[in-house]
Design a protein around this ligand. Sequence first.
Ligand code: GDL
Length: 605
Amino acid sequence: MFRYRVLILFILLIASLPSVAAAERYRFIPAEPQQVERIAPVTLAEPIYKVVPPALQTRLINILGQQRPASGNERGDVKRTEVFVGLSGTIERVTGLDLSGLSRLGSEACAVTFLKGNPSRLVVAANSDYGLSSGLQRLDEYVDNSNGNRTISISRLLDYPSFPIRGVIEGFYGRPWSEQERIEMLHFMGRTRLNYYFWAPKAVPSHRDEWRRPHSNEELASFRILLDKAESQKIHLVYGIAPGKSICYSSREDYNALLNKVKSVLHLGIFNIALLMDDISWELKNKNDKRSFGTLGKAQVALVQRLHADLKKLHPGIRLFFCPTKYFGTEPEKSDYLVTIGKGLPADMEIFWTGTRVYSPSITQADAVRIGNVLGRKPLYWDNFPVNDYISSRLHLGPLFNRQNGLERCSAGLVMNAMNQAEASKIALYTAASYLWNSKTYIAGTAWQKSLEEIGGTEALPFLEEIAVRLSGSAHWPEGYSRDLAARLDRLQNDYNAGNAEQAVFEADVWLACLLRNSARLRQSIDNRQLMDELSPLLERLEKAAHLCRQVLPLYLSTGKMDKQYQARIKEASVNMSDRPKLICPDIKTMENFIKETTIRFIRP
Ligand code: GDL
C-alpha cells in the first residue's frame, strides 16, 4: 500500500513539473521581447559550450543540457551545437559577429541568435551581466525540451526594456509598508524587472513632518538591509526626503540639517536621492525667504543647485531626483513656477510629473512633449496608480490602462505610486512592469491575466479574476468592473413596478449566489495568504452585502405580510451598513443602496 502511495506521489510530482516550469517562465520578463524572428521548431544537437561565463554554466545546462565528453569512437561528422555566451565585446572577438546594434541599446539589452543563420552555432550576447541573465531567460522561453528532443523556435531575438526607469514609489499617505513588505516588494520587482524603488512614505516622520530629525540607528539599519536586497535584485534604491512643509530656504541651519540627513544615507551607499516638494504651500512664509528669493520656484532652485553642487563634490556618481510643487496640469507652459524649475535645475536631474491630472486617466506622448519642453528634459512620470490613499475603501486591482505605446520616446521613465496594501498592489504593478518592458506589445487584459495567476496562483485564477473586478472600480480602469449587477437590480425594480419581478428576482439571486460561491472558492484555493488578508476587509463587506441582498430579494415576490423577526434582522443589518465609508467599490455600493432602498420600500423605517 505504502509503495503504491509513494508511486502515486511520484507520478503526481512528475506530472506537476511542466506546469511549475511554465509558471516560472513568465516570472522573469513579464513581456514579449522587442524583436523576435520565430521559426518552425528546429532540433538542437547536443551542446558544446565554447564560451560560457562560469557563473552561468549551471543555468545554461538546465536549458540546453550537459555537454557530453566526446567519446573516442565518435565520428567527426557527429553534429553538435556550439554555444557562445558572454558580453558583447568577447563574443564579437570570438565569433566575428557584429554586435554594434546591441551595444547601442543600453546596459540591459541582450541578443540570442544563430551565427550566420546556422542553428548549430548558437549565440547569447549582452552588454552586462543583467542583460546576460535576460538573454538566458529568453533562451529558456524558446527552447522546448518536453519531448526529450530539444528544439528552438526562434532564429534571432533582440531584447531591451522600453523604459530605462521602471519603478515603484512608496510615495503614498497613510500606513507605510513594513520592512518585510519592502523586502518582498524588492524581490517581486527583481523578478518582474522593475529597476527603481523610491523610499518616500509620507507618514514616516523622519521623511516629511520631522525631516530635520536625524535617522535613528534602527532606521539606518533598515536602509542597509533594503539596500542589500535592492542591489541583489539589481534595483536602484532611491532615498526620498520631503522638507517642503517647514523648510526655511534661507536658513543655514536648515540647509545643514538637510545635507546631513542626506549624508547619513550616503554613508550607507545610497547614492540616489529624491527631494520631494509635492503637496506643500505655494507661499513662501518666511520673511527672509521672501526677501531673498521672491518666489517658491526661485527658492527651490537655489536649494537644489546648492545641494546638487555639494553632493557632486562628495561623489560625482550621486543622482538627484526632484518632485516639483506643481506636478500635474494641462498647460504647464503657463506656469512661471515650472519654467523657473525647468531652467534652474541642473540638466542631469530627473523631474517628476504625474500627467494632466494627479490621477491621470491617460498618459500620452503629447503630454510628455509639452511638459518636457517646459522642463528642458524628458519628464519622469510619477504615475498615481494603483495608489488608493485618497479612497482607502477601494482597492485598485485592475491592470495599467491608457499609458500610450511609445511614451518612452518622450519620457525618462515611469514609476508607480502603490497602495498601502503592498501585496495587492503587485497585481497592478505586474501589468505596469509588462508595459514598461515592452510598451509596443502591451495588452492590458493579457498582462492582467498573467498577473493574477502569478500573484494568486493558477488554481485561484478564475475566482480572483471575478473578485478583483468586484472589489475594484477606478477611473484608471474604465472597462474594469462590469455594470451588470447595477443593470440587473434596476431591471428588477422596473419589473416589480410593472407587476412581475419573478424572473428578475430569480436571475439576481443566481448572480449573487455565484458571486458568493466564487468568493468562498477564492478563500479555499488561494495560496497567497498575505493577499487574502489584504482583500479580506473589503471582501467581507462584499459578502455581507451579497447575503443581505439575497435575503431582501423575496420581498419583491410577496406583497403579503412579513415575518417580524425577519423584518427586524434586515432593518438592523441595513442600519449597521449606513455608517460605513461611502466611497466604496461600485458593486458594494450598488448592493448596499439596493438593500437600503428595499428596506425603505417594504419595511418602513
Ligand atoms: C498626490 C501625492 C501622493 C499621493 C497621491 C494620491 C504626488 C506627487 N503626490 O498628489 O503622495 O499618494 O496624490 O493621493 O502625486
